[in-house]
Design a protein around this ligand. Structure first.
Ligand code: GLN
Length: 289
């Protein structure tokens, strides 16, 4: 019996899953571009490839996110390994990275530390996409990344090593294990989906770690409150706090930062035009309580 062709495999897959996902997964499996698949629909698939592809299509049809099936997701132009223990990096989080890089540039730091290395802490690092990207985009930064669970830390460390990013990792429940250390910026994409949010039961979110998505609170702001409350004590004077948050939380996060005494508080929109990142700067003197 002649083997399955690329065209046959794709049209079979498209009965169960979206066309783009089918093309993307088969291209990954064959280490080729989607364009080259489409230009070679009559080529015969290797039996092993055809078998794995059928298995991937079944997994996708059962709802599993493509990134977990193929094991990687691109973020800021680099590939990060992902698994069921970490949030899949999202394009909107690139806004957080861009803003952090800008706020950690010389422009905002007339007095650089003697070793010229500004330090940044990434809280709840997951796959380490934010921390590794910061370290690779600005090798002068001293990047520390923490997570409360060992599995994400293992994955984040492997990602950093493969990409050649210099990052220090720390297992810590938010600030618990950070000690007295202070940073020039603190960044986080914390769990911010409210406990009862219907999205948690829908689509790809069902397969991502609940602990990375929701803080199990009614408003989704308890992790953000905890990070804001501890931030002044872990930032150098003039240090920046940058937080990703939900599509409808910007105003409340700005209020939290203002109430905690931050200055220059503002929110930044993502590519969809949604206020997605809110940031502020620690004043020289701690604001009176
Ligand atoms: N942006 C993600 C979503 O709504 C949630 C990420 C997070 O909780 N940090 O799917």
């Amino acid at each position: 019996m002649a083997g399955t062709t690329i065209g046959e495999a794709l049209s079979f897959a498209q009965r169960a899953i979206e066309r783009f996902d089918a093309q993307y997964m088969l291209a990954r499996l064959m280490l080729r571009s989607r364009a080259s698949l489409i230009a070679n629909l009559d080529a015969t698939l290797d039996a092993e490839v055809a078998k794995t592809f059928r298995d991937w299509v079944d997994q996708r049809a059962a709802g599993k996110p493509v990134a977990q099936i193929v094991g990687v997701r691109e973020f800021y132009g680099r590939e990060f390994a992902v698994d069921e223990h970490v949030l899949i990096p999202r394009p909107e989080t690139e806004v957080l990275v861009e803003q952090a890089l800008a706020r950690l540039s010389k422009h905002f730091w007339s007095e650089m530390p003697a070793d010229r290395r500004l330090s940044v802490l990434d809280m709840g690092t997951g796959s380490g996409a934010i921390a590794s990207t910061l370290a690779l985009e600005n090798p002068q930064l001293a990047v520390t990344a923490l997570d409360c669970s060992p599995e994400p830390l293992r994955l984040a460390r492997a990602n950093a090593e493969r990409l050649g990013a210099r990052v220090s990792f720390l297992q810590s429940d938010w600030y618990v294990a950070v000690g007295e250390q202070r940073f020039h910026a603190i960044v986080a994409n914390p769990p911010y989906v409210a406990r009862e949010d219907a999205h948690l039961q829908q689509g790809d979110l069902r397969f991502e770690p609940r602990i990375a998505l929701t803080d199990e609170s009614d408003d989704g702001l308890s992790a953000i409150r905890c990070i804001v409350d501890g931030a002044q004590g872990h930032l150098h004077p003039h240090g920046w706090l940058l937080l990703e948050h939900g599509y409808d939380q910007a105003e409340r996060v700005r209020s939290l930062l203002n109430a905690a005494g931050f200055s220059a508080v503002e929110s930044v929109k993502d590519l969809a035009g949604i206020e997605r990142v809110t940031l502020g700067r620690r004043p020289t003197q701690r604001a009176p309580a």
